[in-house]
Structure formats: C-alpha cells, structure tokens
Design a protein around this ligand. Sequence first.
Ligand SMILES: N[C@@H](CCOP(=O)(O)O)C(=O)O
Length: 434
Amino acid sequence: MILYSTNHQSPDVQLEEAVFRGLPPDNGLYMPHVIPTLPTSFFDNIEKMSITDIAFEVSKALLGDEISEEDLKMIVNRAIDFDAPVVEIEKDTYVLELFHGPSMAFKDFGARFMASLMSYFLQKSQKDIHILVATSGDTGGAVAQGFYKTPGIKVTILYPTGKVSDIQEKQLTTLGENVTALEVDGTFDDCQALVKAAFLDSELSSKFNLASANSINISRLIPQSFYYFNAFAELKRAGNTKPVVFCVPSGNFGNLSAGLIAQRMGLPVKMFVAATNVNNVVPEYLKTGIYQPKPSQETISNAMDVGNPSNFIRMRLLAGDAHQEVVTHITGDFSDDTDTRKAMKDVFDRTGYVMCPHTAVAYLGLKSYTDTLNEEVAGVLLSTAHYAKFLDVVEDTLGTSVEVPERLSALLSKEKVSILMTKDFADFKAYLLK
Ligand SMILES: N[C@@H](CCOP(=O)(O)O)C(=O)O
C-alpha cells in the first residue's frame, strides 16, 4: 500500500510509515494511491463469511504484500473479535449496531486494529511510541482500551472538560498504567488542534516517536470499512435484494470516509447520508458547495460536536472531488437536540428500541432521505455507541430507566484521574517535554 499526502508536498510512504507518522509533514492526510476493487466472487459468497473473514479479505486487498497473509490473519483475528449485528427496527429500517466491542462504541474497530497493527510493526523495530489522541467522547475510550498495557506504547488522551458524558469520562480517566487523560479547558476542536500542532512541532518530533490514534491515521479508517461489507452480508443473509442506503452519524467524518472506501472497493451502495447535529458544516457543504468550518457547539450528541472535521478532504476525494460528483454519493442532513430527543422517544414508544442521541440523529437523517424516494430501499443507520454511554440524556428523554451493561456501570464507582490543561499549545508542549 503506497500512500500520498493530500497536500502533495510530502513524499509517498508505505503503510508502516503512514501508521507511525499519522500526519504527513506537509499537514495533509495520507491517502492510498490505489483502492482495489474486490472480485465478484467475494460479493457472491459474502453471506457465507464471518466479519473476521471479511476483515481479512478486505485488508489483504487493501494492504497488498507489505504484511504476509499469516501475519495479517493474526492482526485481524486479534482485533476484530466481536460482532456488528444488524437489527430491523421497522420495515426496511435496519440498525447496524457497532457497539459490541470493549468500549461499546464503533471506535473499537479502528482502535483495536490499529493497536494490533502497531504492535506487529513494533515487534520488528523495538522502538517506543507516544500516542496522542483527541476525543469528543468515544475515540478516547476505545483507544485507552485498545492500547492498555501494550508494551512500548504510551497513550495521552485530550478531552474537552465538561463536554463528554460521565461514562465516557470514566472510560478515559480510570485505567491508569500507560494511559493518561488531559482535561482541556476548551472544545474538541481545541484538543484536535493541540494534537496536530504537536505532530508538526520539530522539537517534539525529534524527542519522541509521536503517533496519532485519531482517524487522521489511515490505519483507523481501514478497519472501519469492514462493517459496511458485513452489514451487506447480513442483509443478503436476510434475503434483501433492495438497494442499500447507509446513514452515518458524523463528527470527524472518518466513518463516512471508510464507507466510501468500501464503495470504491465494489460494495453496492445507493447513497450515503451524512447526518450531523447542529455542527453541520458538511451538510451545508453538500447543499451549497461551500465548506466553511465553524467553532463547534455543544449538543446532546457530543461525540459529533466537531466544527472542522479532519477527514473532510478524504471524504471529498473518495467521493470524486468535484461537488457535483460528491453529491451523487453523499447527501446531508442535520438535526437539533429537540428533534433528536423526539426521535429517541418516538422510536422507543413504537418499537421498544433504545437509541443513543447519535443513533437518533442517524435515524432522522435516514428518514429525511428515504422519504424523498420513489423506490423501496434497505436503509441502514449506523449506531455508533451503546445508549447507556449517555445514560442521563437517554433516561431523561425516554422518561424511564434503562438497562446498563455491567461493563459500563462498573465504571461509575471508579475514581477519575485527569490532568487539567489549557488550550494553549505552549502549555501542552511544556507538559509533554516535562
Ligand atoms: N467523534 C470522535 C472525535 C474524534 O474522531 P476520530 O474519529 O478522528 O477519532 C470521538 O468520539 O472522540
């Protein structure tokens, strides 16, 4: 796999270098030169494959021969050891549940694959790595779990103070060992800007082997494509022959970019719906052709409170670059908190299905698109996190108490340990150097 920088001012690299660098020196993003199309036989037999088999075939096609088949199998098997079931909640409306991994969010796919891949490369190089990651809620917990106690890897998580849910915060701040949480007095965008500035700082990069675990890192995106194929396989097993629409609740747009990679590899997708909360710079771009990042606003779907999504450029390139081409692959929708709560309550009252606020944003996005169609489709909305991670909002909205998995409730009694940090890069840099 040879990767180029989207800013075209840095040399091409192989996967290993892209994984450890995270960002190219010209501050672009790494993109594969070639995204191969999978053979027809793969799609003809997909319903017979488990998610781990699918993950292996997809990553083998994407990564080429940089890693042997035997090693790749080991990397995939170690990372993708949980399922992503599809649940029909209404006729032709399916929820792709991506929260059955250790941190109960879709980020487990990316974080675990990346951890497995990095450990494999590190065995050969014997170097120590310091991972910096910014989170608006879910990435941090998955990365903390994925890299916990991994030899040679230290993890620093930056999160915006007061802007993640209680359970999310406990996931970041209670593990200890090689995982440190920095509570930043600012927004997620501030956290992300600090991390990016650290990668571009020559003093820091000469002292440490810094790496990113955000979706700017290409190794986070590759595994996020697996579950689109798996959802297609599940629909095929259920006898679906209708065109498939995916609605993706979006913040940094890594998840949607991964879906576009799957489409480029041959997955038949009629349309992607990019659903956001009021942090709607991408739906606005899809409507007007103008991309205008804005400071993020706080919402009940906090993991999507992103005002300047990192993967915008990747999403655009993968969808054809020119605006008129992009909108043939992606349509946008956004919802405010009031409508999000109404959807959570309405779906619960009619079907008994409990959705987290992000899933409800996706539900609304899916309906806003499918209601305009004159044909029947199978609508798949991605449920990116377990509802219990947003317990207060969910119980308050539904007016009833809900079941909390042991794995999450056990966190609440644990003691939070974090370090307060300003959003000033000089303070962050001084902390890292110390
Ligand atoms: N929504 C994310 C924000 C970071 O996104 P990433 O996909 O780039 O890691 C979160 O939950 O932290």
